[in-house]
Write a protein that binds this ligand. Structure first.
Ligand code: SF4
Ligand code: SF4
Length: 376
């Protein structure tokens, strides 16, 4: 057994994790990454044998929410060990060093390990006034990002601000905030992990994939891993049956809300948002927003601060829906209403799937105000 494997087995024992639990974790990760079950042994082997990849975590115009999420990885014991596989050489929030010492640590990685470290960017990058809105150690964020990401083996844009610009880029965008992709055009090996914040389970799975294959999993047109962003919230939502049946929450705390009805009319953006929240959930799988009665705000989609607001108003509907409209058509029509405002692949998938869906039985109940359209 190599030193590395010895260390790993020792860590499992020290933290009271059985071999069975570890293998169960690898199977769960394999399934989450949508890999064939037969690859779970390879995942286990890679985690045990992998050289510690060096991680440099940059924070720019952010709230540190993704850092919080990263530090609270689910399945604590096993995931913690997997994350311990990483050598986090620079992370302003969690590193002991500060000031010149911290800057030296960063320069050492960038200088000595060029092409052999992973860069993570959290937060958007301001570009107005030569980047003066965010400087660290006297250097503009944009210059730091160019240098660090440019020399990295691969970069993760962590969270909605790094992936799309997020809240700092919301109109009127006073700092000229950009996503990593827009601030450093042509950056190679970039993967976007949007959401506010990115889910620790997805971060763990992404890193497990990288440890196993030294590459990112397949991505969508927004550079997001398909395993986490390949399906609409609406497609896997536990309240979908109520949507189909025309059973909607009409007011906070009403009978429908207490019965777990669909939150579409309370502003749910699940029909146009892609992420695996219904399956992975949050807080170690305890629950998720819709599960506890709150609509999805669409945080994993581009420009959600501008395009998904007002958060508690439902997707724009057509002016009139005749009596022949089915519940599904109401959803499609409402989603078409937002197409002019933002074109997401979620919307396209939703329309595609809606077209593929057979018509509901004629006796299916209509949405309560279908005759007036989908407005409240
Ligand atoms: S509209 Fe929202 S609450 Fe209703 S089924 Fe779709 S995702 Fe679930
Ligand atoms: S349910 Fe919607 S708003 Fe909530 S985390 Fe998931 S994508 Fe974001």
């Amino acid at each position: 057994m190599s030193d590395r494997e010895n260390w790993f087995v020792g860590e499992l024992e020290r933290r009271g994790v059985s071999r069975r639990e570890f293998l169960g974790f690898c199977t769960a990760m394999t399934s989450m990454l949508a890999l064939p079950a037969s690859l779970s042994a390879r995942v286990a082997e890679a985690i045990q044998r992998a050289e510690k990849p060096i991680l440099v975590w940059l924070e720019f115009q952010d709230c540190a929410g993704n850092t919080e999420s990263f530090l609270r990885a689910g399945r604590p014991t096993v995931a913690e060990i997997v994350l311990d596989v990483l050598s986090v050489d620079y992370h302003e929030t969690i590193m002991a060093a500060a000031g010149a010492q911290a800057e030296e640590a960063l320069q050492k990685v960038v200088g000595d390990r060029k092409g052999h470290y992973l860069a993570v960017v959290e937060g958007s990058i301001p570009t107005f006034e030569n980047g003066a809105y965010c400087t660290i150690g006297g250097k503009a964020a944009i210059d730091i990002a160019r240098e660090v990401c440019g020399g990295a083996a691969a970069t993760i844009a962590m969270g909605t601000c790094a992936a799309y610009g997020g809240l700092p880029a919301a109109a009127p965008n006073p700092t000229g905030a950009l996503s990593v992709r827009d601030a450093i055009p042509g950056l190679r090996n970039l993967v976007n992990m949007p959401a506010c914040p990115a889910n620790a389970e997805n971060i763990t799975a992404l890193l497990v994939h990288y440890l196993t294959f030294k590459d990112w999993p397949p991505l969508d047109e927004y550079g997001r891993p398909l395993f986490a962003y390949g399906h609409l919230i609406h497609d896997n939502c536990e309240r979908r049956g109520h949507y189909e049946a025309g059973q909607y929450v009409e007011a906070w705390g009403d009978e429908g809300h207490r019965a777990g009805y669909c939150l579409y009319k309370m502003g749910c953006k699940g029909p146009v948002t892609s992420q695996n929240c219904p399956r992975v959930r949050w807080n170690s799988g305890t629950n998720w927003p819709i599960g506890c009665g709150h609509p999805c705000l669409g945080c994993a989609e581009p420009d959600f601060w501008d395009k998904m607001t007002p958060f508690y108003s439902h997707l724009p509907g057509p002016p009139f829906l005749g009596p022949g409209y089915t519940v599904d058509r109401v959803g499609v029509a409402a989603s078409v209403g937002v197409a002019a405002a933002f074109a997401t692949h979620g919307l396209i998938s939703f329309l595609k799937r809606s077209r593929e869906k057979p018509e509901p039985a004629p006796a299916a109940p209509q949405p309560p105000d279908s005759k007036k359209g989908a407005t409240l």
